[in-house]
Design a protein around this ligand. Sequence first.
Ligand code: KIV
Ligand code: NA
Length: 275
Amino acid sequence: MRTRDSFMKMKKEKEPIVMLTAYDYPSARLAEQAGVEMILVGDSLGMVVLGYESTIPVTVEDMIHHTKAVKRGAGQTFIVTDMPFMSYHTSREDALRAGAKIMRESGAHALKLEGAGETLSVIKALTEGGIPVVSHLGLTPQTVGVLGGYKVQGKDAQSALKLIEDAKCAEASGAIAVVLECVPYQLSKRITEELEIPVIGIGAGSYTDGQVLVYHDVISYGVERLPKFVKAYGNANEYIEKSLREYVSDVKAKTFPSEEHSFTMKEEALFSLYG
Ligand code: KIV
Ligand code: NA
């Protein structure tokens, strides 16, 4: 089982860290078998598995429910769970209580929190309480309304310098890693050089210490449109749709089930059915 220290070592030795989201037992199992080193139970589950428009409706209970399933599928993998929308903003106490609840009930190894500012003191408090925290900076989907949409962050000098400062502050507050989303590669390279802790990128170019993508995007499963930064390695939509269409047409044509998929009675008992 990898730990905070092994991820630090990977950064030092320039061995890329592979992170992927997973939301349930089968996805977690397959991710672990494929060699994924860090699983993120992202609140993206709101969109990709629950069908919401954004991550806003996702609750602490949702995160616990899905993390438990992931844990059952990937018992040997480091699991990071997102703290959902507003579960760490109402007060320090609320944040600690929600964080403790997720850790206790789900079996996650670390929590991920979006943003800097006031959240830095929450990162510090959770860390002091014994909870490893991953900081999520750049495009932070929980505040997409305030950011004015899903767009690249840190394109101009001022916002770039602010992002470097936020990342340093997250590290100083105790974060064990930073996830950088939708940031120009030159900026994420600079941030990766500046920090001791690993920087995991999504839409942040190739100079980060690791990469993270959404499971359903990687295999094109259930999602229709992929963002520019995603590479799809398979087409589960096509495969599943084809399989399901064949099932439907077999049932309609009565070609399924055949004898091969049916059970039979003992020969001598057959007469009992019709006397
Ligand atoms: O929820 C999620 O999947 C994430 C990743 C996009 C980093 O936070
Ligand atoms: Na997330």
